[in-house]
Design a protein. Structure first.
Length: 279
């Protein structure tokens, strides 16, 4: 994407005129996980189509709007629909919203996704706190000319997911009695589901779950200096582990069923980000 800084600046300027609050937190809603915004108050929707240079969602279960609201007293922006490499977007376009968020002053991003379970201790409906990632998408969102106004040419990925936010999420889950697992998320290009042979290879590499998003977004946030917390909803077991064929409809069904637990968990976590920031 040419003139990325200028385009992102124009998008941010448009949003600053529309937004009523000054959010420091953005949430990305994965397939079927739209219920996470049920606890928002003082909401307004901004269609992606109205935001200059913003891509458009094309996948079922992704609404295609930016929702402004509050969780308790915390102003939040929620992406009701994300962009995927398999839709035909470039990686810069997939991650474009995060450059805009950086210019808006967003300090923390919460990523959610629907994923396939590779770890055999998982089952559909399991919530997995992502502790690390493996990039098997065949490319990198930071390829191309670098603009130092956003971040360094060679960004460090040691703490791609904030240790403070991981500790906060663990603490809140324990307090609320929410069951969860932890693991490594592997990003796969898609749009086809993985083969059984690929899943065996991914398991040998140390992956616990696989999906078609999140990895490039987390990498760009780390590059931008934005803290990230990420949670997967395991909606199916991966090919070769489950015996039934995959379907996007089933993914949405399981994600909707697990939405209440994820909503309670991440809603409470989001309202306590200031506590994590001060520790």
């Amino acid at each position: 994407m040419e003139h990325l800084y200028e385009k992102a600046s124009a998008s941010a300027a448009y949003l600053k005129e529309k937004l009523r609050f000054a959010p420091k937190v953005a949430v990305v809603l994965g397939s079927g996980l739209g219920d996470l915004t049920a606890g928002f108050t003082d909401t307004q929707e901004i269609p992606y189509a109205d935001i200059p240079s913003f891509p458009q969602s094309t996948v079922a279960g992704h609404k295609g709007t930016l929702l402004e609201g509050k969780l308790g007293d915390t102003p939040v922006l929620a992406m009701e629909g994300r962009f995927h490499f398999y839709e035909g977007y470039t990686m810069k376009e997939v991650c474009y919203p995060f450059y805009v968020f950086k210019l808006l002053g967003i300090e923390t991003v919460v990523l959610t996704n629907a994923a396939g379970g590779i770890n055999r201790s998982f089952e559909p409906g399991t919530l997995m706190l992502i502790t690390d990632t493996i990039n098997m998408m065949g490319t990198n969102p930071l390829i191309g000319p670098n603009d130092e106004r956003f971040g360094p040419r060679f960004p460090d990925m040691t703490e791609i997911f904030s240790h403070d936010l991981l500790d906060l999420a663990r603490s809140v889950a324990d307090e609320q009695g929410i069951q969860y697992k932890e693991g490594v998320y592997l990003g796969f290009m898609g749009p086809c589901y993985e083969t059984a042979a690929e899943i065996r290879a991914f398991a040998a590499m140390g992956a616990d779950a696989v999906g078609m998003s999140t990895v490039p977004e987390a990498m760009v946030c780390a590059y931008l200096g934005v803290k990230v917390l990420a949670v997967s909803c395991i909606t199916n077991m991966a090919t070769g582990i489950q015996t039934v064929r995959h379907s996007h409809e089933r993914v949405l069904e399981i994600a909707n069923q697990a939405g209440d637990r994820m909503c309670r968990w991440l809603g409470e976590v989001t309202q306590n980000f200031e506590t994590a920031k001060s520790t």
